[in-house]
Design a protein around this ligand. Sequence first.
Ligand code: NAP
Ligand code: ZN
Ligand code: ZN
Length: 347
Amino acid sequence: MTITKSYAAQNATDDLAPFTFERRAVGPHDVKFQILYCGVCHSDLHQVRNEWGGSVYPMVPGHEIVGRVLEVGSHVEKFKTGDLAGVGCLVDSCRECDNCKKGLEQFCRNGSTGTYNSKDKHTGGVTYGGYSSEIVVDESFVLKVAETLPLEAVAPLLCAGITTYSPLRHWKVGKGHKVAVVGLGGLGHMAIKFAASFGAEVTMLSTSPSKELDAKHLGAHHFALTKDPEQLKSLMGKFDFIIDTVSAQHNYNDYLQMLNTDGVMVCVGAPPTPSEIMAFSLIGGRRSLAGSLIGGLPETQEMLDYCAEHNIVSDVEVIKMSQINEAYERMLKGDVRYRFVIDMATL
Ligand code: NAP
Ligand code: ZN
Ligand code: ZN
């Protein structure tokens, strides 16, 4: 057991504050690593504030984790002390069901184990995430991280990266496709980078006029302000694929109508409240509305390797651990360019 420093939420309303707990001893298949950086995902905020329900306190959030290996168990093959390592949203699954066998651990029939706020079979308690000094994870759920990229900018790939990479790959988005990204935050900026890298023509759909220049720098070919009805109208029937990363309730029908014949819109954003969908938004043009959840372990490694090869990282603002509550407030206002990452040395 190791005493581990962290920041935790004690309930849905108070600020996160320092908290100490014990990590399990390193088992034969475990990797223990010192956390150097942890990204701040909007899902952390949803869960800290119990917006999705089911939150357990104290909660140590954080699922965009990178660091250096301190110790490995006797049966560990992929890692040795001193290696870089990463952990995303999952730390375990049954590994036996059809989905696990296909590398779709996020859809484990028996329930995958989240990096935080999940039942922890080792301790009998709850899992604690990456706003902490170190972590112990079974090597099957630890990712290899390249030495060549800036580590703080790699951290967000573990959630924002894979969550946007996976649906773009699943729906085979590439050259000749017109793609729209809705919402320019952590997920949105990675969606632009991947879609552009795969050869698509990318349009950013944003509520923030101040983000236009950034969107273009990130690789978007066009920018439209969704608050302007005239701009919305000009986009009707235009896109083959839309990826919606918006964190709050909004009108999906506005975007569905922008799909071309047989177009697909994928929701990755997870607003806590339901929205109405008009059948007519789908019927005309045989359009599809779909969803996607992070990505499995093999695809997460594939994405990290792709990023290393193509020099793709997140655009980050590095913060101190003590700035986390302020960062949440800024994230709520859409004021993040484009991912907060905590420097864990400040814990
Ligand atoms: P984020 O950085 O806060 O970005 C969300 C963006 O959505 C904002 O920057 C803003 O962009 C736009 N937005 C916010 N409120 C809006 C509103 N009322 N109407 C229209 N647009 C609005 O959040 P994130 O970390 O990228 O996460 C986005 C969502 O994805 C969250 O709900 C999160 O829980 C979810 N998520 C899902 C998965 C998955 O596996 N499916 C994984 C990770 C996260 P503009 O300023 O450009 O409008
Ligand atoms: Zn996330
Ligand atoms: Zn399974």
